[in-house]
Design a protein around this ligand. Sequence first.
Ligand SMILES: NC(=O)c1ccc[n+]([C@@H]2O[C@H](COP(=O)([O-])OP(=O)(O)OC[C@H]3O[C@@H](n4cnc5c(N)ncnc54)[C@H](O)[C@@H]3O)[C@@H](O)[C@H]2O)c1
Length: 307
Amino acid sequence: MSARPAIAIVGGGLMGAGIALVFAAAGYRVALYDAVEAARAAALPRIRDNLVGLGLDPGFAGAISVHDHLPDAVADADFVFEAAPENLALKQALFAAIEVAAKPDAILASNTSVIPITAIMAQLHDKTRALGTHWWNPPYLVPLVEVIRTEDNATAAVAAMMTLLTDVGKTAVEVKKDIPGFIGNRLQHALWREAIALVAEGVCDAKTVDDVVKSSFGPRLAVLGPLENADLVGTDLTRAIHDYLLPALDRATTPSPYLDRLIDAGRLGFKSGIGFQTWTPEQQAQLRARVTQHLMASFGAPLVKRD
Ligand SMILES: NC(=O)c1ccc[n+]([C@@H]2O[C@H](COP(=O)([O-])OP(=O)(O)OC[C@H]3O[C@@H](n4cnc5c(N)ncnc54)[C@H](O)[C@@H]3O)[C@@H](O)[C@H]2O)c1
């Protein structure tokens, strides 16, 4: 048996299965629980397919056991990752059950995208071991995991999680305040708000927005972060630009009416074949493949460790 900590995953969909893959490839035992029979049946085939796609041995999925009873999955775990649907009441109920079934010193983490961790963990008796771990999709290719501190969690729990994530090759960063969207999604959606506003105001069409990003600061961002860039051009120049520009940027605090109009017209994106732009099934497949190839080329396959 491996001396590495035991991992449990609650919710074995897109993110849960991907997180399970990361730990299994790195030589950890993983117990995965899902409430839905079809999801349980799909989890291991999906993980094997993804391992093959990454050029890895599909046999690594052998480290993952799938469970239909939550206590069986979490009872022996040292770390529990919840990746169930984005619903506060559901997550609260799951953590109540996890707290009862897990070892008293197990560290409990939610993979919520935007719900404050403090709200999800509000009803726990011991909040010191509860935190957020925001993985990015696909978890086995995107290196970042944001580890979210709350006013209740213990420094030791955060440190143990950072160590675990680093051991499986992730880039773990600490988010020191439990704020909506943490760091990455706040930055990302600040850009999306302005992108939508540019289209809504008729400055350009959606393809032009994406062309501008992909042909300019998008690729550069991979090696030059925004604050490195501010230092590069000078904080004084940055201030001068902000003097003119910030008053002109979109500052809406509610979703854009343009988005509502798309949704009302059934323009939901890939799932309806049209959103900001039209998407044939071939175009959708090509874009997905391009993203995977780019992430593979940038970051490589997940870390593989064997005893
Ligand atoms: N999809 C993303 O890009 C992404 C990125 C970061 C974080 N997240 C977050 O990760 C979480 C999971 O998202 P996802 O995209 O994997 O969703 P998903 O729908 O693919 O997976 C959710 C899984 O939870 C299962 N489930 C439903 N009810 C359950 C219950 N009571 N107990 C256990 N499992 C249950 C479902 O059967 C499904 O397999 C969400 O909180 C989401 O916001 C998603």
